[in-house]
Design a protein around this ligand. Structure first.
Ligand code: PXP
Length: 240
């Protein structure tokens, strides 16, 4: 499996002092060293609580590996993405009061709008992924809007793992597997992410043919103790 490193929390730390360190670009450049991250992910939130507009333009300019821009389905973000032209956009739901992205995109109720939104991005050569819960109804809808990828939301899986809820976890893994298989039967490629860490990530190998895992919080947290390079290499080793 490929590894996409989410570097939003480098910006969270930087913004705590409103200064320039640690540098988001420097972190991304460490991650892109040979044999490390396959891509860099950043979420430009509507409230700009971590990543800022200048960060994504600087990343786009200097990165050699793909830049994946997570963003809300809004006209403001569409305009930015069409101007920036990242390798890919992962469309996520966004609520201002949430700590992090707390649920998958409602693909069903937004179907018509999403179809046009995705087409506009695709027309500029930008690959699109939809961040969805492992819910078959949303996977069916994802097919209708012509997305190239889905990213399965593993937040619930991660919480069940953390709480050592074995039966709940087994059920959630079955749902993730079924969702992945249905998407793949439609020709949609499947990524996964959210809450994945050094303890639970091995279970992602049970889900067939995942292309990429997007991991942020655990890698940046581990980097405090072992350095960013080692934190990325350790994760890479676990998912190979
Ligand atoms: N994928 C998506 C779509 C996300 O919104 C996030 C969190 O920003 C992640 C992956 C990474 O989650 P975590 O920081 O828990 O690894």
């Amino acid at each position: 499996m490929k590894l996409g490193v989410n570097i939003d929390h480098i910006a969270t730390l930087r913004n705590a002092r409103g200064n320039i360190e640690p540098s988001v670009l420097e972190a991304a450049l460490v991650c892109q060293n040979e044999g490390m991250a396959n891509g860099i992910t950043t979420h430009l939130r509507e409230d700009r609580r971590h990543i800022k507009d200048a960060d994504i333009y600087s990343l786009k300019k200097h990165l050699k590996i793909p830049l994946n821009l997570e963003m809300a389905v809004s006209n403001e973000m569409l305009k930015i993405a069409l101007d920036l032209k990242p390798h890919s956009c992962c469309l996520v739901p966004e609520r201002r009061e949430e700590l992090t992205t707390e649920g998958g995109l409602d693909v069903i109720s937004k179907q018509d709008y999403l179809k046009d939104f995705i087409k506009e991005l695709n027309d500029e050569g930008i690959v699109v992924s939809l961040f969805v819960d492992p819910d078959l109804k949303h996977i069916e809808a994802a097919k209708e809007v012509n997305t190239q990828f889905i990213e399965l939301h593993t937040g619930k899986f991660s919480n069940l793992f953390y709480n050592n809820d074995k039966s709940g976890l087994e059920y959630e893994i079955t749902k993730l597997k079924q969702a992945a298989q249905l998407a793949q039967s439609f020709g949609i490629k499947v990524n996964a992410g959210h809450g994945l860490n050094y303890n639970n990530v091995y279970l992602m190998k049970d889900i067939p043919d995942l292309i990429e895992l997007n991991i942020g919080h655990s890698i940046i947290s581990r980097a405090i103790f072992v350095g960013l390079k080692n934190a990325v290499l350790e994760m890479k080793e676990l998912i190979k």
